[in-house]
Design a protein around this ligand. Structure first.
Ligand SMILES: [Zn+2]
Length: 645
C-alpha cells in the first residue's frame, strides 16, 4: 500500500512529475502501437495499463490536493496543464495506429488465437468504443477541429471552477449577532468574524443554515446572495455559454445530435429518450408534491406573519417549524447523537458489520491535507484491503460539498492495493452535524468502499471506474445503513426522523430533478438554438423549465445555471440525471436487502462479491443482474418517494 508522499511535494515537483509521466505514457503507447509481434493481452492491454499508470497516479494526487487545500500556485499549474492534458489525451484517443492495434487483439480473441476471460474481453471492447466515441475515425481536418474544441473545453472548465469558487466566497454575508437569532450559542460563535459575524454561502441554491434563522430579512438576503452569485463580479455566464456551444459543436462533429446523446451512449442509460422518459415525469410529479407542501407551509406562514408573502426564502424555516409542531421534532434534540466523531465512527462500524472489515489508524502516515486521518483497512481474516484517508474539515482553500477520490487504483496485474479519500466540509469548532451531513458522510463512504473493495484485473477498471449513471448507486445504498436502529440514532428517534424527513420530500426531490432537467436542456439543445449573450442565460433557463411546466418561484432549481458546478466544472454535463437513474438501482437494491433479511454479513458479502468488488471489470449492468437476479425496476423508488406517475 503506497501513499503518495504528499509532504514532499512542492508545486515544482508536481510540474516535473506530470511532465515526466506524460512522456512515459507517450513513449509506452508508441511502443505498444509499433510493436510488430502478434497482439496479445500482455503486449496490448497490460502495456496500455503500464503506460498509463504513472500519469494517473500523479494526477490523482495533484487533483486531490487541489480540491481539498489549493494554493494560487497549484491553481496555476492546473490551469497551465488543463489544455496540455486535453491535447495529450486527444493524441492518444485519436491515434489510428493504437486503435488498429486494439482491433488486432480483438480479432485474435474472436478467432480464438488469444485466450481471454470476461474482464479481458470487456476491457478491449470498451476501449474500442471509447476510441470510436472520441473521434478516431474522423478525417484529419475534423480531428484537428476536435482537438481545438477539447482544449478549449478544458480551459473553460478550469476557469469556471475558479470563478465559481470566488463568486461563492464573495457572496458571504456580514451580519450582526441579533440577525442570527435561532442559532445555538455555539453555532453563533463559530460564525464570529472580527467585530461581527459572517454567513458563508454553500454550493446549492437553498442554504441549510436558513432553516434555523428566525430573521426573515436575513433569510431573504441569504437566498438572494445565493441566487444572485456569479452574475456581476466573478460572472460565469460567458464561460458557461461558450462551454455549452463548444460541447454542442463537438457532439455534431462526432456524429451525435447533441452532447446529451453522446453522454447517454457512454452510460448505462444509452439513449436520451430513456433518460427523458424517466426524468421529466418524475420531476413533474415531485413538483406537484412540492406544491401540495407549499399550500401547508404558506398557511402556517400566514399565522406567523399575517400579511407577509411566503417565499422560497422562508421554505426551509417554516418547514422546520411545521415539522416540529407536527412530529414533535426539533433536530437540535438530536445533537447529543450527532457529534462528528460518533457519526464517522457509525459509518465505519456499519461497514464492519456488513463486510467484516476493520480500521486501524496510522498516525505515522501523512494524508493529502494536514488535517486528514489515515486508516489501514483489513478484511475479516486480517488480510490488508487498502488505505483510507478522511479529510473532514471545511477551509477556504477547499471546494464545496463532499466527495471521494481514488488516489491509488487497485489491480490484480500489479498487486497494488487501493488508496482512497473522503472529503467533507464540516465546520471545525462545531461539535455536531445535521442529519443531512450524516447521510452525505455515509454516501461518500459508500464511494470509498466501492474503491476499496475493488478486485479487478486492470487498474483502469477498478472500483468506481464505472459510468456516471451507475457510480452513484453503491454510495446511495450505503446511505441506507445510517437508518439502522441504534447505528447513529436510537430506534424511537429514527421513526420520528423518518416521518419528519418524508415531510418535505417533494421539495427536496423537485429542486434536484429540476436541476437535472436544466442540465439536460443545456446539453440537448442544438448549437443554433443556444444563447450567445450573457443576458440570455436567465431566459434560456426559464424557457427550458417552462416547456415542461417546471417553473415555480417557490421551488428554484437546486443549482441555477451560473453556479451549476457539476455540469460546467465537475464532469457531470448531461449526467446530473445520473443521481436519479442510480437511485432507481439504489431503491431496487435496498428492496433486495429487505427481502433477504437486511444488513447481514451474508448479504453484505453477496453485494461485495457480485457487484462492489467487480467494479468496472465487466459490464456494470451485468454485475447488477448477478447481484439482483434480474434487471432493475422503478417501482421501489416510486414507493420510497410516495409518487405515482
Ligand atoms: Zn456521490
Amino acid at each position: 500500500m503506497t501513499l503518495p508522499a504528499f509532504a514532499d511535494y512542492t508545486p515544482e515537483r508536481y510540474r516535473n512529475e506530470i511532465e515526466e509521466a506524460m512522456a512515459h505514457q507517450r513513449d509506452g503507447l508508441a511502443a505498444l502501437r509499433d510493436d510488430p509481434s502478434p497482439a496479445t493481452l500482455g503486449t496490448v492491454l497490460e502495456a496500455w495499463e503500464d503506460a498509463r499508470a504513472p500519469l494517473n497516479l500523479i494526477l490523482s494526487a495533484f487533483y486531490t490536493v487541489r480540491s481539498s487545500d489549493t494554493t494560487d500556485e497549484i491553481d496555476a499549474i492546473a490551469e497551465d496543464f488543463a489544455p496540455r492534458l486535453a491535447a495529450h489525451s486527444d493524441a492518444i484517443s485519436l491515434d489510428r495506429g493504437l486503435y488498429e492495434r486494439l482491433k488486432q487483439l480483438d480479432a485474435r480473441i474472436a478467432a480464438g488465437e488469444v485466450d481471454a476471460d470476461e474482464q479481458d474481453r470487456w476491457h478491449v471492447s470498451d476501449l474500442l468504443e471509447d476510441f470510436e466515441r472520441a473521434g478516431v475515425a474522423l478525417a484529419d481536418d475534423d480531428q484537428e477541429r476536435l482537438r481545438a474544441l477539447n482544449q478549449r473545453l478544458a480551459e473553460l472548465g478550469s476557469q469556471f471552477q475558479r470563478l465559481n469558487r470566488e463568486a461563492r466566497n464573495a457572496a458571504t454575508l456580514h451580519v450582526t449577532q441579533e440577525e442570527l437569532a435561532g442559532l445555538s450559542p455555539a453555532e453563533i460563535a463559530s460564525l464570529a468574524d472580527g467585530d461581527g459575524f459572517r454567513v458563508e454561502v454553500v454550493n446549492t441554491t437553498q442554504q441549510p443554515i436558513a432553516a434555523k434563522l428566525a430573521d426573515a430579512g436575513l433569510r431573504r438576503r441569504l437566498l438572494d446572495a445565493s441566487l444572485g452569485r456569479a452574475l456581476g463580479d466573478h460572472d460565469t455566464r460567458a464561460v458557461l455559454i461558450e462551454t455549452a456551444r463548444v460541447r454542442a459543436e463537438r457532439a455534431t462533429l462526432l456524429g451525435f445530435d447533441t452532447h446529451a446523446a453522446l453522454v447517454a451512449s457512454e452510460g448505462t442509460a444509452k439513449t436520451t429518450g430513456a433518460i427523458e422518459a424517466m426524468l421529466i415525469p418524475l420531476a413533474q410529479a415531485a413538483l406537484g408534491k412540492a406544491r401540495e407542501e407549499a399550500v401547508e407551509l404558506a398557511a402556517k406562514y400566514a399565522e406567523l406573519q399575517p400579511g407577509a408573502e411566503f417565499t422560497a426564502a422562508d421554505w426551509t424555516y417554516v418547514e422546520g417549524l411545521l415539522r416540529k409542531e407536527r412530529f414533535d421534532f426539533d433536530e437540535s434534540e438530536l445533537d447529543e447523537f450527532l457529534t462528528v466523531d460518533r457519526v464517522v465512527g457509525a459509518a465505519y462500524d456499519a461497514a464492519t458489520d456488513l463486510y467484516g472489515i476493520t480500521f486501524r489508524r496510522r498516525e505515522d502516515l501523512v494524508g493529502h491535507t494536514a488535517d486528514s486521518e489515515v486508516y489501514e483497512i483489513a478484511d475479516a481474516d486480517g488480510s490488508p484491503i487498502g488505505l483510507f484517508l478522511m479529510d473532514l474539515w471545511a477551509r477556504p482553500t477547499k471546494n464545496g460539498g463532499a466527495w471521494m477520490t481514488q488516489l491509488v487504483e487497485q489491480s490484480e496485474l500489479t498487486d497494488d492495493l487501493p488508496v482512497v479519500t473522503n472529503n467533507c466540509n464540516f465546520r471545525q469548532g462545531v461539535e455536531t452535524v445535521s442529519w443531512d451531513d450524516v447521510i452525505t458522510m455515509f454516501h461518500e463512504f459508500g464511494h470509498a468502499l466501492h474503491g476499496l473493495f475493488g478486485r479487478a484485473k486492470y487498474p483502469s477498471r477498478s472500483g468506481t471506474a464505472v459510468p456516471r449513471d451507475f457510480v452513484e448507486f453503491p454510495s446511495q445504498v450505503n446511505e441506507h445503513w445510517a437508518w439502522q436502529p441504534g447505528r447513529v440514532l436510537p430506534a424511537e428517534w429514527l421513526d420520528k426522523l423518518r416521518a419528519a424527513s418524508e415531510f418535505g420530500l417533494g421539495y427536496a426531490k423537485a429542486e434536484a430533478l429540476i436541476a437535472a432537467v436544466l442540465d439536460y436542456a443545456w446539453h440537448s439543445t442544438p448549437l443554433d438554438e443556444l444563447p450567445t449573450a450573457v443576458d440570455d442565460v436567465a431566459a434560456f433557463e426559464a424557457a427550458a423549465l417552462e416547456r415542461h411546466g417546471l417553473v415555480d418561484e417557490l421551488v428554484p432549481p437546486r443549482y441555477r445555471s451560473q453556479y451549476f458546478a457539476h455540469i460546467w466544472g465537475g464532469g457531470y454535463a448531461a449526467s446530473y440525471y445520473g443521481y436519479t437513474w442510480a437511485e432507481v438501482l439504489d431503491a431496487d437494491a435496498v428492496a433486495w436487502f429487505e427481502e433477504n433479511g437486511g444488513g447481514t454479513r451474508a448479504n453484505g458479502d453477496h453485494f461485495r462479491s457480485t457487484l462492489l468488488g467487480v467494479g468496472g471489470g465487466i459490464d456494470p449492468m451485468e454485475t447488477y443482474r448477478r447481484f439482483r437476479g434480474r434487471d432493475p425496476e422503478l417501482q421501489p423508488l416510486l414507493k420510497r418517494l410516495g409518487l405515482t406517475i
